[in-house]
Design a protein around this ligand. Structure first.
Ligand SMILES: [Zn+2]
Ligand SMILES: [Zn+2]
Length: 240
């Protein structure tokens, strides 16, 4: 099963751990989940953007720690690689407006706003993309899941509170634990815009906990406590 590799695993206010962002490479395509302020630099320095057929970024929402360096990534693709990256974000207008203010033209990237369009574009690689609206304060925010051709799934929550987890429950009800990897944000204590580890414990049945990797951790996050509950915690790729 394809696992995500993480460039950072911190919350927006925990710079020591870097902005939470993950990627996977698949048949010479690069897929990236979120592109916060410090992410484009890491992708460039690691050489991950080079020699790829397609570069695709899934944006969960436009907080700086999730989309802050997207314009840099698009500029790098345009001026250095002479490529148009694909940006997946259902958010009706916000992202395009922000990019425009940063000088990025709509023709510099390909925007996919509907999962059907994504499914058509990537039918050679995946069975389907699933997208769910989630609650994250006053932001338009989305969780994503990808079903691979071999029947395995990857789920990426983005930032969300604990009130709408339809996609997560859908996967838990329909996909076996050894066929899915759940990447979910969690904070230590109750918070109106994020999911506390106690809530996540209630949402994820025991048999799915070892398939669940916690990300977007704050500075007081207790990794050992999360592990004692049966969860995994994402680890960031070591620098070579
Ligand atoms: Zn965040
Ligand atoms: Zn956020």
């Amino acid at each position: 099963m394809l696992k995500l590799k993480f460039l950072g695993r911190g919350s927006g206010l925990n710079p020591k751990e870097g902005n939470t962002s993950a990627y996977f490479e698949y048949k010479n395509n690069l897929f990236i989940f979120d592109c916060g302020g410090d992410v484009a630099g890491k992708l460039i320095q690691k050489g991950l953007l080079e020699n790829k057929d397609r570069i695709t970024v899934f944006i969960t929402h436009v907080h700086d720690d999730h989309a802050g360096s997207l314009s840099t990534l698009i500029y790098y693709c345009k001026y250095i690689l002479h490529k148009r990256p694909i940006i997946v974000c259902p958010c009706p207008s916000g992202l395009g407006e922000i990019l425009k203010l940063e000088g990025v033209q709509p023709e510099d990237y390909e925007r996919i706003t509907f999962r059907m369009a994504f499914n058509k574009r990537f039918k050679d690689l995946f069975i389907r993309l699933l997208v769910a609206d989630v609650v994250h304060g006053n932001m338009s925010a989305y969780s994503y899941a990808i079903e691979f051709l071999d029947g395995y799934y990857i789920y990426y929550s983005g930032d969300t509170d604990s009130t709408m987890h339809f996609l997560l429950s859908d996967l838990i009800n329909n996909v076996k634990p050894d066929h899915v990897l759940l990447y979910h944000e969690a904070c230590m204590y109750e918070c109106p815009v994020h999911t506390s580890i106690c809530r996540l414990y209630g949402l994820v049945p025991e048999r799915y906990r070892s398939s669940t990797y916690i990300m977007h951790i704050d500075s007081i996050f207790d990794e050992e406590y999360a592990k004692s509950l049966g969860f995994n915690v994402v680890q960031v790729e070591k620098e070579e």
